[in-house]
Design a protein around this ligand. Structure first.
Ligand SMILES: [Zn+2]
Length: 228
């Protein structure tokens, strides 16, 4: 009799326990449901741009009325992909770009092909840590062959200032310089191949530069940045 009694107590306790667990699970689900719909900590920002980014964006979008789209804060992982030959290091390379973004990306309207990118550098870019990040970013863009233009954050941007960076001629020149640095030199005027030469005299005497293969029919040159 004692054994049956003890057995029913065990079964009883077990049943209560199962009912309790089930109730807890249901409660848990309900809590999750409420959290998911109402109690999350996310708030809507006034703008996806910072104040200085907004100042630049206003001036630039007014200035740069080409057949392009300006995207803001684009993740590097959406601009670049990891090429073959990285073997076991895929995740390492991926994680280096997955958390980084570029302030502005200018793409073709039809295909969204990236044309060039802009980084707005404020005073934080003087710190060593940020400079290292900037350098990694610069190298990534250069390696992949996408022009990255760095602009100092300013209170206002005049047309004259923007002209120094963003006229079609300036962009083409910079893209040609980038191609030259990557040994993919094509003439900024006509698209022909270019050859490396050394200026003998004049303003750039002694400095290497690229001259269009069609010279003298075409006078396209790319001056290489002088390395200090
Ligand atoms: Zn040419």
């Amino acid at each position: 009799m004692g054994t049956v009694y003890a057995f029913s107590i065990v079964v009883g306790v077990l049943l209560i326990y199962i009912v309790w667990i089930k109730a807890k699970q249901k409660l848990g689900k309900d809590i999750w449901k409420t959290t998911a719909s109402k109690n999350l900590p996310y708030k809507l920002k006034e703008s996806i741009l910072s104040k200085s980014e907004t100042v630049f964006f206003k001036s630039f979008s007014e200035y740069y009325k080409k057949d392009h789209i300006i995207f803001t804060k684009v993740s590097l992982k959406d601009i670049f992909y990891i090429g073959p030959g990285t073997e076991g290091n895929y995740m390492k390379h991926f994680s280096r770009i997955s958390q980084k973004h570029v302030d502005f990306l200018i793409c073709s309207k039809d295909t969204c092909k990236p044309i060039f990118a802009i980084e707005l550098d404020d005073i934080s870019h003087n710190s060593k840590k940020v400079r290292e990040k900037d350098e990694f970013k610069n190298n990534t863009f250069e390696t992949a062959g996408l022009l990255l233009i760095r602009i100092k954050a300013k209170k206002e941007y005049t047309k004259k200032y923007l002209d120094e960076y963003f006229t079609t001629k300036k962009i083409k020149e910079k893209q040609a310089q980038l191609a030259a640095a990557r040994n993919e030199n094509t003439c900024p005027n006509c698209g022909a191949k270019m050859i490396l030469q050394k200026a003998i005299e004049g303003l750039h005497g002694g400095n290497p530069f690229y001259r269009c293969l069609k010279y003298p029919d075409c006078d396209g040159v790319i001056l290489l940045p002088i390395k200090a």
